[in-house]
Design a protein around this ligand. Structure first.
Ligand SMILES: CC(C)(COP(=O)(O)OP(=O)(O)OC[C@H]1O[C@@H](n2cnc3c(N)ncnc32)[C@H](O)[C@@H]1OP(=O)(O)O)[C@@H](O)C(=O)NCCC(=O)NCCSC(=O)C[C@](C)(O)C(=O)O
Ligand SMILES: [Mg+2]
Length: 372
C-alpha cells in the first residue's frame, strides 16, 4: 500500500468537508534540534519562553517519559504554554511548536487529539505519532485531524511526523512516508525499536562497545599470529535503519531525523552520533536536555569551510554543466548538486540564526577580498 491507496487525483483532497487543503510540498523549515520538554513539569515549562529563538523546535511531550498520573496535566500544560507564550509555533516565528501524542493504542491518544486541535491547532506545526506500524496508523490520524481541523475552522493543515520504533514500522517505512500529504518526516525511536527487535542494547540510542569489527591478525611467514593484539573499530548500530529512513524520506519529499541520545553526560559520543546522521542525510535530531541543543545546532549546520567550498564550486561551475578542476579535484554537474544542497541549507539556516548568518556572510567577504 502506498500513496496509490488513494487515487492520485484524490491524494491532495481534504479528508473532511471544510478541512484545509493539504500541502503539495512540505516546507524545509530549520529543525536541527527538536527539543523535548514535559509540559507537566513546572521547572521545564518555565524554561520554554527563554528557549524561543535559540532552538528550532520545542516539542511538548505527552507520551513515554510522562508518568501515567501526569498525562492530563501534560496535555493541559501544553495548551497553557501554547496559548500564553508569544512567538511560539503557528508557521511563523523563530521556533516551531510540535507535540508527541500518546500511542494510538493507549487510553490517551484520542483525548490528546480532540483536546489539542480545537485549543491550539493554529499554533501546532507538527504532531509526532509514536510507534507507527504502517500506513493504516497515518490514515487514521489523517482523517481524524481533517475532521477536527474542519470543526475548529483551521486554515492550515497540521503536519504529521512518525517515529519508527517497531520492526513492522521499519519494514513499512516507504508506505508510512507516502501515506498522506501531511507526512512531514520520520524519527528513529532506538529504545522501543531495540526492544521490539530483541536487540541486546539497553541504551537509548548511540553505539555499543560489543558491536565491532576487528583487524585481521598479522601474518608471520604466511601463518596468522592469533596472539597479536589487533585494533577493533566500533560500528554504528543504527546505520541500517537511518539509511532506510533517509531513502524513504527523500523519495517522498519529507525529512529524516536521528532521535534521542540518552547518555546526556557523554556530549562527545552524542555529537558523533548526531554527525553520522547529518552526514547520511538527516536534517535534525532530538534534544532531551538543554545542553544537547547547542550540540544539535552545531552539528546540523554545515561548517563554514563546507559552505565556503560549496560556494566556490558553484561559482566555478558557471552554467552548471561540464567539468572543472578545483584544488586538484574534479568537479562536475553532480558534485555541483551536492554543493547546492550545502549552500541552500546554509541559506535556510542563516535566515533564522543571526550568529550563523554572520559566519556565512564573513565567507562572502573573505572571498571578495581575496578576489579584489
Ligand atoms: C533526562 C532528564 C530527566 C534530566 O533531568 P534533570 O532535572 O535530572 O537534569 P539537570 O541536568 O539537573 O537539569 C538542569 C535544569 O534543566 C532543566 N531541564 C532538564 N531537562 C530539560 C528539558 N528537556 N527541557 C527544559 N528544561 C530541562 C531541569 O529542570 C533543571 O532545571 P533547574 O535548573 O531549574 O533545576 C530530563 O532532562 C528529561 O526529562 N528530559 C526529557 C526526557 C524525554 O523527553 N524523554 C522522552 C524522549 S526519548 C524517548 O521517548 C525514546 C523513544 C524515542 O521513544 C524510543 O527510543 O523509543
Ligand atoms: Mg519510544
Amino acid at each position: 500500500m502506498t500513496a496509490a491507496s488513494r487515487s492520485p487525483k484524490d491524494f491532495f483532497r481534504p479528508l473532511a468537508v471544510g478541512a484545509p487543503t493539504p500541502l503539495r510540498e512540505i516546507p524545509a523549515r530549520p529543525s536541527r534540534a527538536i527539543h523535548f520538554f514535559d509540559p507537566s513539569n513546572p521547572k521545564m515549562a518555565a524554561k520554554v519562553p527563554d528557549m524561543i529563538g535559540t532552538v528550532d523546535v520545542l516539542l511538548g511531550n505527552l507520551e513515554d517519559a510522562i508518568k501515567a498520573d501526569n498525562k492530563v496535566a501534560a496535555r493541559e500544560g501544553l495548551v497553557e504554554i501554547a496559548t500564553s507564550t508569544a512567538n511560539l509555533g503557528g508557521r511563523s516565528g523563530p521556533t516551531q511548536l510540535w507535540t508527541r501524542i500518546n500511542s494510538l493504542d493507549s487510553p490517551w491518544a484520542l483525548d490528546d487529539l480532540t483536546t489539542l486541535v480545537p485549543a491550539i491547532g493554529d499554533k501546532l506545526d507538527v504532531i509526532m505519532v509514536p510507534k507507527v506500524q504502517g500506513a493504516e496508523d497515518i490514515h487514521y490520524v489523517d482523517r481524524l485531524l481533517a475532521q477536527l481541523e474542519a470543526k475548529a475552522g483551521l486554515d492550515k493543515p497540521i503536519l504529521v511526523h512518525a517515529i519508527l520504533e517497531t520492526a513492522r514500522g521499519v519494514a513499512n517505512v516507504e508506505e508510512i512516508c507516502g501515506a498522506s500529504p501531511r507526512m512531514q518526516g520520520l524519527s528513529l525511536g532506538p529504545a522501543d525499536l531495540a526492544a521490539d527487535r530483541r536487540m541486546k542494547t539497553t541504551r537509548v540510542g548511540g553505539g555499543h562497545p560489543g558491536y565491532l569489527v576487528r583487524e585481521d591478525p598479522p601474518r608471520l611467514g604466511g601463518v596468522a599470529n592469533l596472539e597479536a593484539s589487533r585494533a577493533t573499530y566500533q560500528q554504528d548500530l543504527w546505520h541500517y535503519t537511518i539509511a532506510r529512513m533517509v531513502d524513504a524520506c527523500a523519495m517522498h519529499g519529507i525529512y529524516p531525523y536521528y532521535g534521542p541520545f540518552g547518555d546526556i553526560a557523554d556530549t562527545t559520543a552524542c555529537e558523533d552520533q548526531f554527525r553520522n546522521a547529518f552526514l547520511l542525510g538527516c536534517v535534525g535530531t532530538w534534544s532531551l536536555h538543554p545542553k544537547q541543543v547547542a550540540i544539535a545546532n552545531r552539528v546540523f549546520s554545515p561548517s563554514v569551510e563546507d559552505v565556503a567550498h560549496a560556494r566556490r564550486v558553484v561559482a566555478a561551475m558557471g552554467d552548471g554543466t561540464g567539468a572543472v578542476m578545483l584544488d586538484g579535484k574534479m568537479e562536475d554537474d553532480a558534485s555541483l548538486k551536492q554543493c547546492l544542497v550545502m549552500v541552500e541549507l546554509a541559506e535556510q539556516l542563516a535566515a533564522v540564526d543571526p550568529e550563523l548568518k554572520k559566519q556565512y556572510d564573513a565567507i562572502g567577504a573573505d572571498a571578495d577580498e581575496s578576489e579584489a
